[in-house]
Write a protein that binds this ligand. Structure first.
Ligand code: UDP
Length: 319
């Protein structure tokens, strides 16, 4: 099969490209290298079934040609990282809203199946665990910049469902919860690569807020496994799936675990949110999915527990 990955030089996209090449597919990657990196795809660049296009998905003539010649699109290109989103609100809305509009419109023109990578951010400020796909969303004030990201991704989901319902375009929507693993950079604020790097360098491990906020982390290999199986499952079309793990950990516990597993002497330091992200920031206290729906449909179960996840990131940074 011929497969297009938008954002294929990014952290998740590059793992996905690798997996699809291993399965024998021909893979087209388009990436504008905003947060993606050529080094992420360096090890596969000599594969003759990989085609790398450095351009933006907003370039419609390039996208038109690509979508015409492929069978499936994994749409991963988006603004990533809370720091990035806080620093670049215009680019965030531009790429997340217009970019997805271009992908869906062209996919519909040639009737090509699309998988949309959405995010757990769309749930907003829930405090209960077990977030379910049809739960209400609880978003903060428009004056708080972070919520622009959740809103833009929500719009992507609405547009995808609209194309499915009205135009019969085969679309699958996935809501990715904190995905981590090798190649993820800490540059845009992601917690695990930052903690591991600090611990290995003996620098303070910086916990933002009081550290009682929690997340559930999923290894990128589990995520790419889940999204490829959802793409290939006809019953997933026109529907939304959480992709994550039911195991929840506070950021304080994560810091302690990273410190212990690296054998580091680093201090664990607490930094106020305002200082970390600037004004207009609001965190989510809790974010843990129900994975019942994806389990029922494709039998998904994460294979990496939290220790194996942390170890894989430690090994990556030690290399
Ligand atoms: N965080 C932290 N230290 C860091 C980076 C992040 O304490 O160096 C916190 C952050 O405030 C949030 C959690 O870790 O509560 C997860 O942050 P991340 O940016 O990785 O993901 P998201 O906020 O999108 O869940």
């Amino acid at each position: 099969m011929k497969i297009l990955i938008t954002g294929g030089a990014g952290f998740i996209g590059s793992h996905l490209a690798e997996k699809l090449l291993e399965s024998g597919h021909e893979v087209f990657v388009i990436d504008n290298l905003w947060t993606g990196k050529l080094s992420n795809v360096e090890h596969i660049q000599n594969n003759e079934r990989l085609h790398l296009i450095v351009d933006t998905i907003l370039n419609e003539s390039v996208m038109n040609e690509l979508v015409f010649k492929i069978d499936h699109v994994y749409h991963l290109a988006a603004a990533v990282g809370v720091m990035n989103i806080m620093d670049h609100p215009v680019e965030t809305l531009d790429i997340n809203v217009k970019g997805t509009e271009v992908v869906l419109r062209l996919a519909n023109r040639f009737k090509k199946k699309v998988l949309i990578a959405s995010t757990s951010e769309v749930y907003g400020k829930h405090v209960e665990s077990d977030l379910r796909e049809d739960d209400d969303r609880i978003l903060g004030s428009v004056k708080k910049r972070r919520w622009a990201y959740a809103c833009s991704k929500t719009l992507d989901e609405f547009l995808s469902l609209a194309y499915f319902d009205e135009k019969k375009l085969p679309v699958v929507i996935t809501r990715l919860f904190n995905t981590v693993g090798p190649r993820q950079t800490g540059r845009y604020g992601m917690v695990l690569p930052n903690f591991v790097q600090s611990a290995l360098l003996g620098k303070p491990i910086k916990v933002y807020g009081d550290g009682t906020q929690s997340r559930s982390f999923t290894h990128v290999h589990d995520v790419t496994g889940a999204i490829t199986r959802l793409m290939d499952e006809p019953k997933a079309e026109g529907d939304i799936f959480n992709v994550g793990s039911g195991y929840e950990i506070t950021i304080n516990e994560l810091a302690e675990k990273v410190k212990a597993m690296t054998g580091s002497n680093s201090e664990i330091e607490h930094i106020p949110y305002e200082k970390a992200y600037g004004p207009g920031f609001e965190d989510m206290q809790r974010r843990c999915p129900s994975i019942e729906k994806i389990r029922d449909l494709i039998g998904f179960e994460p294979s990496y527990d939290i220790d194996a996840i942390i170890q894989s990131v430690i090994d990556y940074f030690k290399e």
